[in-house]
Design a protein around this ligand. Structure first.
Ligand code: XUL
Length: 525
């Protein structure tokens, strides 16, 4: 019998479900529960309750969405006795706060009630702060000061202090609602909460998602004493343990077997974060392969065998779900900037690509800094497009300069990782733009393959579940697991054609960006 694996992705706006048939390399089911439209009583907007800088989602919503996802599988006639293992991904950083009642609910889930009823009155804080929250600047400063500076934070946790990270969020709760903090029996990530429901026990937090908390020693994969102490009193008592991302927690909770006919022998695998799982879902478990997600913003995913960090603190280093390390750099001026450039010259996508092709690779040294919007990497606080040796009237020059700048910036800001990729998987809407992919191949001097994966986080969760399941009986590597599932070698490969056109330009771009940022910093003094 073929083994089927069930994976979820508890995202910002929806809970997605995927089932894969691993042996036949097939996704056999995909669905999503949309929080705003399917669970309107929580009154979320795009999955979120907005209150100034504070961005939250009711924790009960996640539990209710899980029931709904199972109800839909049953309605579609799926036979859940065929599932061998279950796991999931969740939006990173978001936290769930349970009181003693909620903490003990996992092992006694009553199948005659809904998950919502099982967890009612089970929270010491009803709202989960999520990754969009930016209300903890003060707490970031306090923690940074207490531990001795941002360089130590980078070395110890893989990231400097960020508002959306869980530690600063916990500190804010501890300071503002001390009595509720005291009544908290368990603080988990959204991934840990969901994993606890599915396994019917208190699930550990996996070290990949745990890396997004500013609480974990990234090299040791263990809670960091100085960070625990700097964050809140008695924090260790309230946190679950940490564990690798392939941990089998046990068999699934009887709640799901009795209520939905899920295979009682199905294994509940620890959940992880959406970005770590996306790395697997894109097929990456080795350091010479990277992925670039070309969405509204562009995200660079890198894999590292050993821990390194970016001294500038622009990106993040997480544990990867295969036990190594990964990096994530988000560039806001991605497809959004291309759209703005197209509207500046009234070009549809095809004519934009034609304009780019009129100028030659390297653009005769014409460059632009593409900050149509403020930027995350590098940190740019004021929007503005800046041209060098380039006139605004030069349409081909501007169109090419934008795509080259986007790729040059990624190259420059991933250089700290040490090892350059020889293969890049391009994914997301703009990966259809073959002109952009050719520039990517040339700038990185790497082959580029378009990866058509609709939900890499869900797929990554299924693949992690498959790894844990198969590892019970055979010695397996993530690399071989991924190679068996993805039809590697069948896809069209874009190879570098003009890498030499960018050798000098990479340095020019880096110098230009640095001098622009220095000037800007001087002006603001
Ligand atoms: C990563 C981050 C987001 C969320 C989105 O650091 O904040 O990508 O994981 O779900």
């Amino acid at each position: 019998m073929d083994a089927l694996f069930l994976g979820f992705d508890c995202g910002t706006q929806s809970l997605k479900t995927t089932i894969i048939d691993y042996q036949n390399k097939k996704i056999i089911y995909e669905d999503s529960v949309h929080y705003d439209s399917d669970l309107p009583h929580y009154q979320t907007k795009h999955g979120v309750l907005h209150d100034g800088l504070s961005k939250t989602t009711p924790s009960l919503l996640f539990a209710e969405a899980l029931d709904m996802a199972f109800e839909r599988m049953i309605r579609k006639g799926l036979d859940l006795t065929l599932i061998s293992a279950v796991s999931g991904s969740a939006q990173q950083h978001g936290s769930v706060y349970l009181n003693e009642r909620g903490k003990s609910a996992f092992k006694n889930l009553n199948p005659n009630k809904s998950l919502k009823e099982n967890f009612e009155n089970g929270f010491s804080k009803d709202l989960s702060p999520i990754w969009m929250d930016a209300s903890t600047s003060q707490e970031c400063l306090e923690i940074e000061k207490a531990v001795g500076g941002s360089l130590f934070a980078l070395k110890e946790t893989g990231s400097s202090l960020f508002e959306r990270f869980t530690g600063p969020q916990i500190r804010k709760f501890f300071k503002e609602e001390p009595a509720s903090y005291k009544n908290t029996g368990l603080i988990s990530l959204i991934s840990g909460f969901m994993s606890s429901i599915l396994s019917g026990s208190i699930s550990p937090i996996d070290t990949a998602d745990g890396s997004g908390m500013n609480l974990m020693s990234i090299e040791k994969g263990a809670w960091s004493k100085p960070f625990l102490e700097a964050t809140a009193d008695h924090l260790l008592e309230k946190l679950p343990p940490l564990s690798p991302s392939w941990r089998i927690i046990g068999e699934v909770s009887p709640y799901f077997t009795i209520k939905y006919g899920l295979n009682p022998k199905a294994l509940a695998i620890i959940w992880s974060g959406d970005n770590p799982d996306s790395l697997l879902g894109l097929g990456i478990a080795e350091s010479n392969v990277s992925a670039i997600s070309l969405g509204t913003s562009f995200t660079y995913f890198g894999h590292m065998d050993t821990f390194r960090f970016d001294e500038k603190g622009e990106g993040h280093v997480f544990r990867s779900p295969d036990g190594h390390f990964m990096t994530l750099n988000c560039f806001k001026n991605g497809a959004l900037a291309i759209e703005k450039m197209r509207s500046l010259y009234s070009l549809d996508l095809k004519s934009f690509e034609n304009e780019v092709l009129k100028a030659k690779p390297g653009n005769d040294g014409k460059l632009l800094l593409p900050f149509f919007e403020t930027e995350i990497v590098p940190k740019v606080l004021e929007a503005g497009v800046h041209r060098f040796h380039l006139n605004e009237e030069d349409v081909p020059g501007n169109c090419r300069a934008l795509l080259e700048a986007e790729m040059l910036s990624m190259k420059v800001h991933s250089a700290w990782m040490g090892k350059a990729p020889t293969l890049i998987y391009a994914t997301g809407g703009a990966s259809k733009n073959k002109v952009l992919l050719q520039i990517m191949a040339d700038v990185f001097n790497a082959s580029v393959i378009e990866r058509k994966v609709s939900n890499s986080a869900c797929l990554g969760a299924c693949l992690r579940a498959a790894y844990a399941y198969f590892s019970l009986n055979a010695k397996l590597t993530f690399k071989s697991l991924l190679a068996n599932f993805f039809e590697n070698g069948q896809e069209e490969k874009i190879v570098p054609k003009n890498p030499e056109a960018y050798h000098a330009l990479i340095k020019h771009y880096a110098d230009l960006e640095e001098s622009y940022l220095n000037d800007f910093a001087l002006k603001r003094r």
